[in-house]
Design a binder for this molecule. Structure first.
Ligand code: AMP
Length: 304
């Protein structure tokens, strides 16, 4: 039986522009991408708040995969988090055109009582003070993994270090790893992050793949070679969802081999996300397609 997996973070409405196309008022949010990804592999408990403007059809999408929504509050009188981003031609960088935090800066979500004993917890990118407050309400999860961003590294470093002191793992991209540690070399940056208290760190390098570093292991994976990236939004959260969904499904804690295998699922789930706007690529994925892509990917990276 899968270990219980809880996620907290943003559920929102995105407008995303690429040089070719645009998706206006689409379903977005870090916890959304995480839940729909992890939900391919394991049941998920989602804890988040949206405003009364959150469209009913988005709620139905979230209901479609083994996601328990009893921790998703629709707050009357409040507005949903909104984000508007625009990608460069090569899709490797993006600019935030507008962000309306709305309900995200109000009181945090309530954790339903039956979620309090979750074993696997993912803290999606959010203010580290809120991440700490959230952790305080849990009974003692076995595996806590968190995400963060440059904004918090620059403005909330002390609280972020407290989160890392209490977390088991960190998912971070290459530039953020350099910003957090002041080290240019990603291996030494990863090792410095371990000294901050986590047992493992995954450094994401976009189209160049990812690197897992723990005290006893260093594992490298290329990205899946997607030929047409339509919208990279949510790739990082989907990656985390693939890893945590796999760990919860296996329910073997931080077994080093399972972490390596989980990174393969993380890579593949993220590859579905970038194939379409919003969550459409993820919704088109299922366990059978994931497993077929896994065989194809393993054949590509092995056999030398
Ligand atoms: P990713 O591409 O993995 O970084 O995730 C993008 C998602 O994160 C989008 O769907 C946004 O709605 C959400 N997002 C963007 N900025 C923030 C923020 N400051 N806090 C929480 N979520 C955010």
């Amino acid at each position: 039986m899968a270990g219980t997996l809880l996620v907290t973070g943003s559920v929102g409405i995105d407008t995303v522009e690429t040089q070719q196309d645009k998706c206006e008022n689409c379903l977005g949010g870090a916890a959304t991408y995480f839940s729909l990804s992890a939900g391919l592999l394991s049941p998920v408990w989602l804890v988040a708040v949206v405003g009364e403007d959150f469209p009913q059809q988005f709620m139905q999408i979230l209901e479609s995969r083994q996601i328990d929504l009893s921790g998703l509050e629709t707050r009357s009188g409040s507005k949903t988090f909104r984000w508007h981003g625009k990608y460069s031609q090569d899709m490797n960088s993006r600019e935030t055109i507008a962000v309306q935090l709305n309900v995200l800066i109000e009181a945090g979500p309530q954790i339903p009582q039956h979620f309090g004993n979750s074993k696997y917890v993912f803290l999606a990118n959010h203010d580290p003070a809120a991440q700490l407050e959230f952790l305080d309400q849990l009974a003692g999860p076995e595996v806590v993994v968190c995400d963060t961003m440059d904004l918090w590294i620059d403005t909330q470093r002390d609280n972020l270090l407290k989160v890392l002191g209490r977390a088991d793992g960190l998912m971070i991209n290459d530039d953020e790893a350099r910003g957090l540690t002041g080290r240019d070399n990603l291996v030494t940056a990863g090792r410095s992050i371990l000294e901050l208290g986590v047992k493992f760190v995954v450094i994401k390098k976009g189209e160049h793949g990812s690197m897992l570093i723990s005290k006893d292991d260093l594992f490298l994976l290329p990205a899946y070679p997607t030929e047409q990236v339509v919208d990279p939004t949510g790739a990082g959260d989907s990656f985390a969802g693939g890893l945590m969904g796999f760990l919860a499904r296996q329910d073997s804690g931080l077994d080093p081999l399972k972490l390596r295998q989980g990174l393969v699922y993380a890579t593949l789930v993220a590859s579905f996300t970038v194939e379409s706007f919003s969550v459409d690529g993820l919704l088109a994925a299922d366990v059978k397609k994931l497993s077929a892509r896994r065989d194809q990917f393993l054949a590509m990276i092995g056999g030398a």
